[in-house]
Design a protein around this ligand. Structure first.
Ligand SMILES: [Zn+2]
Length: 461
């Protein structure tokens, strides 16, 4: 069967690449104004229309869900198998060496916005549906290819779809990576507010988002601070080799810039947090006068990426809680810290936020904790995971391939409990997703087409 599907894709290759190029040519970044009947603007609606027309040309049944999402169907059954892909993209941005909206193939690689995220996967699944129909294999479950148009800006497309149509029973989203992701941690972004204190620190600022390790912290101190003592503290290695710049300002104050290393908030252990570096330097130089916020950043959060010293840590067989200190704002004696917490897939939001609240209570800090995003988890021994993993192993020959859990969230969590992420990225290649020169090697794309189609077929037959 793998060979038959591979041959079918080879026969369709040129037609499939032409269809993908037509979709790439539409800027569906959702940056345009919202119009009547186009909830995410013109681009996403145009891409959806183009996609459904391709499906109709193939003689497949289509359903446009009010320009939020589209469904292409083949086969019926009490249960259905869903493949979830999306047709919106992130804005092209700068730095491309090719036209982002003109797909080209260079050195065996397809270049263009959306070739891997996620237009390539949408087209692959569409051709897979066509090939399964043409093979005429009887199916127990119907197949539903669901394409959204707002994944990059919050997945409101899937919320609308689930509210207006019967979602598939189980399935996968080819919008992450292989071999398979069967669990996504729960998460929440909480703020910690510190009472006003009289400190020689006029202003501090670091970070732009909760979910990144800040690579810069700026501090403004008043002129009463001993600049030589501050420089001596900065020389003690607290910043782990990243530069610290201390200068007198024109109006007699002191500015300090502490650098660190950025990383994604789900993997804080890959970065060097500039807030923590700055806190260590200032606490060393100023002692008690550094204030409660900085002592908290240094002693309670510190360099521990798992919240152990803060007392919010727990783990399960799939992984550990992570805590990232992403934001710091301080002015006029008061300020707050912003943290990103990702908790294990078998944990609950109530438990994780309870630990967080207890930490805030223990240190007498006011915490602002939003409703957490619960983990998404499909057991490894479920039909869904075992079937797809078997397909992956058979097509690639990687017999020891295993499924994993991750700290980030995928499209899978938006449709139902029985969904996992499956492809399309192979190995650790940087495909420049969301960046300039997004690419997908053609041979990997063809392999992905076969895996995706086999996955659909094995779950449906
Ligand atoms: Zn995507």
């Amino acid at each position: 069967m793998i060979e038959r599907i591979r041959n079918a894709f080879e026969n369709y290759q040129q037609e499939m690449l032409d269809d993908l190029a037509a979709l790439v040519a539409i800027d569906s970044s959702g940056a345009g104004p919202v119009k009547e009947g186009m909830p995410f603007g013109e681009g996403p609606a145009k891409a959806l229309d183009c996609f459904l027309k391709i499906a109709e040309r193939m003689g497949l049944e289509t359903d446009n869900v009010d320009n939020y999402a589209g469904v292409v169907s083949y086969g019926d059954g009490e249960e259905t198998v869903g493949v979830l892909a999306h047709l919106d993209v992130v804005p092209a941005g700068k730095g491309w060496t090719t036209d982002p909206f003109k797909m080209v193939i260079k050195d065996g690689k397809m270049y263009g916005r959306g070739v891997i995220d996620d237009k390539g996967s949408a087209v692959a699944a569409l051709y897979g549906l066509r090939i399964i129909r043409d093979l005429g294999i009887p199916l127990k479950r119907g197949l539903r290819l669901v394409v959204g148009t707002n994944e990059e800006l919050g997945s409101a497309c899937m919320e609308y779809y689930v509210a207006h149509r019967e979602p598939p029973t189980l399935g996968f989203t080819p919008d992450a990576s292989y071999p398979l992701i069967h669990g996504e941690k729960g998460s929440f972004w909480a703020k910690l507010f510190f009472d006003k204190e009289d400190l020689p620190i006029l202003k501090m600022e670091a970070g732009e988002v909760f979910n990144a390790v800040p690579a810069e912290c700026t501090v403004l101190l008043d002129g009463s601070v001993d600049i030589d003592a501050l420089k001596a503290s900065a020389d003690k290695g607290f910043s782990e080799g990243y530069p610290v710049t201390i200068e007198k300002t024109a109006d007699g104050n002191i500015s300090m810039l502490v650098k660190g290393k950025a990383a994604h908030g789900s993997m804080p252990y890959l970065g060097v947090n500039a807030i923590v570096s700055a806190a260590m330097i200032l606490c060393d130089a100023l002692g008690e006068k550094a204030g409660k916020l900085l002592h908290f950043a240094k002693d309670v959060i510190g360099r521990d990426p798992n919240g152990k010293t803060a007392g919010v840590y727990f783990k399960d067989d799939n992984g550990e809680l992570t805590l990232n200190l992403g934001l710091l704002r301080f002015e006029n004696g008061e300020g707050w810290l912003g943290t990103d917490i990702r908790f294990p897939v078998t944990g609950t939001g109530a438990y994780a936020t309870g630990l967080y609240q207890a930490m805030a209570d223990k240190y007498g800090i006011r915490a602002e904790i939003p409703t957490p995003s619960e983990p998404h988890f499909v057991p490894e021994d479920s039909e869904l995971v075992t079937t797809l993993l078997k397909v992956y192993r058979e097509v690639t020959g990687e017999q020891d391939a295993k499924s994993v859990t991750i700290g980030g969230g995928t499209y899978a969590r938006h449709v139902g409990k029985k969904f996992v992420a499956f492809g399309p990225e192979f190995n650790d290649t940087d495909y420049h997703m969301h960046n300039a020169d997004e690419f997908y090697p053609l041979d990997e794309y063809m392999k992905h087409c076969v895996i995706c189609t086999m996955g659909m077929l094995e779950l449906a037959k």
